[in-house]
Design a protein around this ligand. Structure first.
Ligand code: UD1
Length: 434
């Protein structure tokens, strides 16, 4: 199993480039199920979750070409022959977002069989809202042997009010409603930029969607969608992780190829914490030369402070003067990283959904264990400011969502290397055909 060895203390200086958003690329790949024509997606990040989605689609009978490097991180997906509209437990258990194929499969094939995801490191994460929504669209749902089966001759438009805001739930039903008979109005939708990006792709494929990015989305169903070409938006969570890395290490970092409009909640918080930033349309400079001040955060759905940045922000809070309260409102068990940060010398007390972080605490290097994707990123950040050499185990979690993070960080002055048997495949792998 791969590990990272990181020696802390270097300020990050220079330019780091942001990859395409994993969380936008995954639903976009699932959207290809909706048509028998090729869908070409650009700016696909080279991360493990994309490879899992390739396998998932290939197992259904899709043709998936995935090329990196000179092929510009592009995938071409053609779902002409979907011989097996299924998502197996083997794949769903490694990536919960696999459930994104449920809606598109039932809409296109009239039938879908998808493994239920089960628990995960950060909370229970049910998919009941996906299921209820599909039922509203007229699908018959059964659950057996750990799988959910959905069938419908043709889905029909309906009113759907989400009990709770769900990102992949909104995306799943948006895809399903695009091929339904009649109009669907969805309320209390997720407003994440990734939802809007998916709607943009679907509209390019011939869908009629209005309001994506707002709480109410209207979809006029069509009987057929066609192929399209689409460029995935930049990864706002990767960008935000680098911004915090720059601030933490007292660096001067230019985060290139990002969309600062998607980072408002974080930038406002960093301003409160005394971090100077400046941005233009597609890049952001962070200047970490001043002292950090404590500032409280509360995670919320977009445009609130992202839960996917909570762990990384906690590391910043350990280096700020004063007490920061961090409230996690989206997932019930998302403080696992705090235990590892404590081992590095942080002062954190967990009180239910709140973490109270006292700073400033000097961090000292330690051997630590990554438990989930964003928790792993927080440990990398902590190691970048800790005194000595840290070893982070189980970095396969970070490889799920950060493209070659060690190479990107090394490029701006971090001392980080990967050790282990499974060295990462470098970019420019020849196109893979499945
Ligand atoms: C997506 C993101 C993930 C992010 C999360 C919250 C992707 C691939 N993943 O995950 O990175 O952390 O949004 O911003 O885009 N819920 C239910 N029933 C459901 C669905 C969700 O109760 O059917 C609950 C969840 O348990 C959670 C909350 O709703 O408490 C939000 O989850 P959701 O927005 O669905 O997260 P994901 O879409 O899985």
């Amino acid at each position: 199993m791969d590990k990272f060895v990181i020696r802390g203390g270097n300020p990050l200086l220079g330019t780091v480039r942001v990859s395409g958003a994993k969380n936008a690329a995954l639903p976009a790949m699932a959207a290809a199920i909706l048509t028998d024509e090729p869908v070409i997606l650009e700016n696909i990040p080279q991360v493990r979750d994309i490879e899992t989605t390739r396998k998932l689609l290939a197992a259904m009978g899709a043709e998936v070409e995935l090329g990196y490097g000179r092929a510009q991180h592009r995938t071409t997906i053609c779902c002409r022959n979907l011989t097996s509209p299924e998502a197996s437990y083997e794949l769903v258990k490694t990536m919960r977002a696999s459930t994104l194929v449920l809606g598109p499969l039932v809409a296109r094939c009239g039938h879908a069989r998808v493994s239920l995801p089960g628990g995960c490191a950060i909370g229970s994460r049910p998919i009941d809202l996906h299921i209820k929504g599909l039922e509203r669209l007229g699908a018959t749902i059964t659950q057996d042997h750990g799988y959910v089966e959905a069938s419908a001759k043709r889905l029909r438009g309906a009113e759907i009010v989400f009990d709770k805001i769900t990102v992949t739930g909104t995306e799943d039903l948006l895809m399903a409603a695009s091929l339904a008979d009649g109009e669907t109005v969805m309320q209390n939708c997720a407003r994440e930029p990734e939802v809007a990006d998916l709607a943009e792709l679907l509209n390019k494929m011939g869908a009629h969607i209005e309001g994506a990015g707002t709480p109410t989305i209207r979809v006029k169903g069509v009987s057929k969608l066609h192929g399209a070409r689409h460029r995935i938006i930049p990864d706002r969570i990767e960008a935000a992780t680098f911004i915090i890395a720059g601030a933490l290490t007292g660096g001067d970092l230019n985060v290139a190829g990002c969309d600062p409009r998607h980072l408002d909640a974080l930038l406002q918080k960093l301003d409160e914490a005394g971090v100077k930033t400046a941005h233009n349309a597609d890049s952001l400079r962070v200047m970490g030369d001043g002292p950090l001040k404590a500032a409280d955060i509360v995670t919320a759905e977009y445009p609130g402070f992202p839960t996917d940045m909570q762990a990384q922000y906690m590391v910043l809070a350990t280096q700020a003067e004063g007490t920061s309260n961090i409230t996690e409102n989206i997932f019930e068990n998302r403080f696992v990283h705090a235990q590892e940060l404590l081992r590095m010398g942080a002062r954190i007390k967990i009180e239910g959904r709140r973490a109270v972080v006292r700073g400033k605490s000097p961090l000292s290097a330690a051997a630590v264990l990554a438990s989930d994707l964003r928790a792993s990123a927080s440990l990398v950040l902590a190691a970048l400011v800790a005194e000595g050499e840290s070893i982070i185990d189980r970095v396969y979690h970070i490889d799920r969502g950060y493209e070659h993070i060690e190479e990107k960080l090394r490029g701006v002055g971090a001392q980080i290397r990967r050790i282990g048997e499974m060295l990462p495949k470098r970019a420019v792998a020849p196109a893979v055909r499945a």
